[in-house]
Write a protein that binds this ligand. Structure first.
Ligand SMILES: Nc1ncnc2c1ncn2[C@@H]1O[C@H](COP(=O)(O)OP(=O)(O)O)[C@@H](O)[C@H]1O
Ligand SMILES: [Mg+2]
Length: 294
């Protein structure tokens, strides 16, 4: 039998926390999601709150209950969608003082699988999710690069089997609501406009991921290189060099800086020289930002 999941991570996880600490801008993203999702995760608490302060159940509560525990993480490649999904799941588990786990639907299986198998895979994934979710155990499912499964059904080239897989997915998202917030689905995508309308409509939140701003670049260099002292002017210069220079160009993604620029700069210094501002600057200038996915 094909392996359904790349891996299962038990939460809370010390390892995930360490990884989360290295992320720039995580707090504000988490807070947005948590503020949105906490209503979904604590439905009886919401009714009690409304009765306590307003004597009635406000109509808005029923609309909130119509939401689905579906979070869409959308944005360009290398902006932190995959890494943030696990970080958010871990943090949510901690905030709610629960235990949990996150399953990642394997992209490999999707690549190999015949179209007809896609529906079966989606089915199996949700079956596992339901089985393992419990009163005190939150179940997270990450469907990474979901556009491979959740593509809009309106495209005419789409095979019947692919349409069936999207339908299955929608049906499973609907069913998961019965778990009253004990199971949460993340979908990541580089191409939000490919995602089926019915799935988009169900999302409790669509969180947008972007390439770093100047301030975020500064923070990223600071975080990654803490221990080396740079002046504010130097940090500013590294950030400016990392941003787009012309209107028709784009700047580095988070992953360009973390996984290309900095390792290459370290390689230039190691093993006989210290890592310096000039080495980093020169490396930035020699690397082209990864192209934007449209
Ligand atoms: N906000 C961030 N702060 C620091 N590093 C980041 C951030 N987002 C992404 N990265 C770096 O980029 C790498 C790729 O991120 P990833 O989550 O795989 O991007 P995506 O799934 O959007 O393509 C991460 O392993 C991490 O090193
Ligand atoms: Mg990714």
């Amino acid at each position: 039998m094909a392996k359904i999941f790349d891996n299962i991570t038990e939460l809370p996880s010390r390892e995930v926390v360490l990884q989360t600490e290295s992320l720039v801008g995580f707090e504000s993203k988490f807070n947005r999601i948590y503020n949105n999702l906490k209503l979904l995760l604590d439905q009886s608490g919401l009714s009690e709150w409304s009765k306590k302060y307003h004597q009635v159940e406000l109509p808005i509560i029923y609309q909130l209950k119509d939401k689905y525990p579906l979070i869409i993480l959308a944005g360009d490649a290398g902006t932190g969608k995959t890494i943030s999904a696990t970080a958010i799941a871990d943090r949510m588990t901690r905030e709610l003082k629960k235990e949990g786990f996150i399953l990642k639907l394997s992209t490999r299986v999707r690549g190999e699988g015949l179209h007809g198998e896609m529906g079966i895979l989606v089915n199996d994934a949700f079956t596992q999710l339901k089985e393992q979710a419990g009163k005190n155990r939150l179940a997270f499912l990450l469907i990474d690069e979901a556009d491979a499964i959740a593509t809009t059904r309106s495209t005419s080239q789409m095979h019947q089997e692919e349409k069936a897989a999207v339908n299955t997915l929608i049906q499973k998202i609907d069913e998961i609501r019965e778990l009253n917030g004990r199971a949460i689905i993340f979908m990541s995508t580089n191409r939000l406009h490919f995602i089926d309308e019915a799935i988009l409509r169900r999302a409790a939140i669509v969180l947008e991921f972007k390439r770093p701003t100047k301030e975020e670049c500064i923070e990223l260099y600071q975080k990654s290189l803490s221990g080396i002292t740079f002046t504010n002017e130097q940090l500013e210069e590294l950030a400016m060099l990392s941003l787009k220079k012309d209107t028709d160009k784009i700047g580095f993604s988070f992953s360009d800086i973390r996984l290309k620029v900095l390792p290459e700069a370290v390689a230039k210094a190691f093993p006989h020289k210290p890592l310096t501002f000039d080495i980093i600057k020169e490396t930035i200038e020699s690397i082209t930002p990864s192209p934007e996915i449209l």
